[in-house]
Design a protein around this ligand. Sequence first.
Ligand code: ATP
Ligand code: MG
Length: 314
Amino acid sequence: MSKVLTIGEILVEIVATDRGNGFREAVPLIGPFPSGAPAIFIDQVGKLGQPCAIISRVGDDDFGWVNTNRLQEDGVDISGIEVVPQGTTGSAFVRYREDGSRAFVFNIRHSACGTITLSEKTLALVDGCSHMHVMGTALYSPSVVESVLTAVERIKANGGTVSFDPNLRAEILDTPGMREALRTVLSKTDLFLPSGEELFLFTTAQTETEAVADLLGRGIKAIVIKRGAAGATYHDAELHLHLPGFEVEEVDPTGAGDCFGATFVTFWLRGASPADALRYANASGARAVTKAGPMEGASTEAELRSLIDSQGIA
Ligand code: ATP
Ligand code: MG
């Protein structure tokens, strides 16, 4: 079975329990929840029983423990998570605005995971993996960019595959070197997983059909566009397929895209049909939004099947 690798931020998330505009006043908070887009992604891969690992760093503190404990419980190889003795685990404070958009305060670049570099030990872990998933959010510091690009190169050189979710947050787009790094990753991507407008990040095309044709023409094998409650669309050279979302009550949308991507990638690597992979991924994204906390809504395969069966989709 393919072993899936990701590299990037491990964070705790602390969430305001009321809605409003950011953090310029004292607000009630709940957390810490295990978080970080790459961590949520790899936790969902682990929960599906697929071999997987993450390379990251945490501090020697409770926030780090919250994450490593959860990831290990859910089946993730945590041998690539280094504990930085004087470091502090990263964090993100999140508050929803009345319109549903999110305000963030991040502590990532200057946290333990801002110092990720590859060692002999983690390079050996890279070489034991056959699929690399890149999260755009993970390209937040030059040393992490270098680690991600090295892993992409080595895994591709060994005949492996790469998936890429740009997962852009306005707060991190101005990181030096980020845009160039995104382009380099795209040029090595087999499976591209943008959400909505992210499809147009790397093309001058004006319509979705043209953007998809342009990207497929550059060697990307398949594109899956995430559309929130409306579901998702799959494109490859032969097939174009849209499946609507499942009907669920949305409690907390954070993490839906990561769980969706993890589930699509896992089924794709197992050789499932695009329709099956898309159906399970939609179920995974839908279940993710029903739980408060970004990683709390990750699902087992049985839980996904039960949602699919309950809504009568064969
Ligand atoms: P993230 O905030 O995690 O980065 P994203 O923008 O990458 O999210 P979304 O499109 O919001 O991704 O969600 C991913 C998938 O999750 C959707 O394609 C859909 O399958 C599922 N999903 C998300 N929100 C809902 C919802 N309210 N109801 C049903 N399914 C949903
Ligand atoms: Mg996303």
